[in-house]
Design a protein around this ligand. Structure first.
Ligand code: APR
Length: 236
């Protein structure tokens, strides 16, 4: 099982969640904008922040770390990738067995009736209205204080409970329930590996902590695994 966070996209040029916001948004903290309360109080401002983030992500591409993870998936068919990232870059890199734990920046649904709202144009300066009920359309991401969609949570917990190796990559491991998946995996005997240039809450529990950027480490790991496979002919 692989759990990724904002650090995996850092080398693509997407600022990590807890990095300082730039320009217009530097006076806001993400925790002030990414809540249902913030959206209800000021939908235009919160929507504009998401438009800014969509603009940013549309200008970048998956990096070597994303691509290596997509290739790992074909070498290790039992691998499950859980990402906290909402930028869609894993999918763009070719990962298929993926759980977007916090949703996706480019999905939208109605705040009132939860109906999906496909086809919102880009750019779209103000939140559109739901075709079904006329309510405000909101970004399809999981905000602070909101629950993870039940199916995503169930699949991620199942993967954590049954994995033999848990890799935490590019995440500060501060936000639950994603961070708690590592403890679940560990309690059933899985080995823990962390790839992150900085120490985190997880580092002291990790069997291996590789303190380097994921875009450097993951291609090497993928190559090493491919060589092992060729030598042993094994799928394990
Ligand atoms: N390679 C690997 N890790 C990196 C890199 C890199 N090149 N660059 C930075 N990092 C690490 C940082 O050291 C940090 O530990 O990535 C981590 C990013 O941490 P956060 O910004 O806290 O992002 P994340 O852990 O994904 O946040 C989790 O919190 O606010 C919510 O929903 C939001 O999904 C987000 C969640």
């Amino acid at each position: 099982m692989v759990l990724t966070g904002a650090g995996v996209s850092a080398e693509s040029g997407v600022p990590t969640f807890r990095d300082a916001q730039t320009g217009l948004w530097s006076r806001f903290r993400p925790e002030q904008l990414a809540t249902v309360g913030a959206f209800v109080a000021d939908p235009d401002t919160v929507w504009a922040w998401y438009e800014w983030r969509r603009d940013l992500v549309e200008q970048v591409a998956p990096n070597a770390g994303h691509l290596a993870l997509a290739e790992l998936e074909s070498l290790v068919p039992a691998m499950t990738l859980v990402t906290q990232n909402v930028d869609g870059l894993h999918r763009l890199a070719g990962s298929r067995k993926i759980i977007e734990f916090h949703g996706n920046l480019f999905d939208n649904h109605c705040l009132e009736c939860a109906c999906p709202a496909p086809g919102v144009p880009r750019p779209c300066p103000k939140p559109p209205r739901c075709h079904a009920c006329g309510g405000l359309v909101r970004p399809g991401v999981v905000w602070f204080g909101e629950a993870i969609p039940a199916l995503s949570l169930e699949r991620a917990v199942q993967a954590a409970d049954s994995c033999d190796l848990f890799m935490s990559i590019g995440t500060s491991m501060l936000v639950h329930p994603a961070a708690g998946l590592a403890a679940r995996a560990r309690s059933t005997g899985a080995a823990l590996v962390e790839i992150n240039p900085e120490p985190t809450e997880l580092t002291r529990f990790a069997d291996f902590a590789i303190q380097a950027p994921s875009g450097h480490v993951l291609p090497v790991l993928r190559q090493a695994l491919a060589i092992c496979r060729r030598r042993t002919g094994s799928n394990h």
